[in-house]
Design a protein. Sequence first.
Length: 200
Amino acid sequence: MHAVQILPENYHIKKTLDLSNSRTVFWLNMAAIPLLFIFGWIFIQLINGLRLANPFTNGFWGMVASFSGWGLLAILALIIAMLVLHELVHGIFFWLFTHERPKFALRSGYAFAAAPNWYLPKVQYIVVGLSPLIVISIICIVVASFLPPTLVPYPLFVATFNAAGALGDMIVVAWISKQSNTILVKDQGDKFFSFSPESE
């Protein structure tokens, strides 16, 4: 099955997931805060495993305390660039499956890429949903394994903030994963619809 613009005649709407509510956006952002520490620890272990020398000998907070003002500004700039890259990766995979330019938008508290005129099969949509988490994490870990120890925190922070910020993506993917393999998914950026054959 492949992405289509016209819903098959025997398909009907099955479920709806709405993440556009301001309260939902607030709690998603709050829930991402503890994920920063969880993913930070995970990425530190992965980076340590790939490097010959441990760049975190002074611990996480020792590393944070070592940043200059310019270093903190650089991290802020990298995180902003990561937010753009995150949506671009979504967009690239939307384009690969639909061959149409995706829609990009910025809302209060979040940004998104979407393909509102398309219905994607379950597997394709899971790939779209998880692609920024996987692609950016791999890039950051590989880059960190080759950098001097003083520069390792930069890709670490990018990977950590990207992973924590992918909470919404993970919720959507989990929602889709519980549904039948025959569903088609319509993504409007912050609202998601699944469609299935009438027999299901």
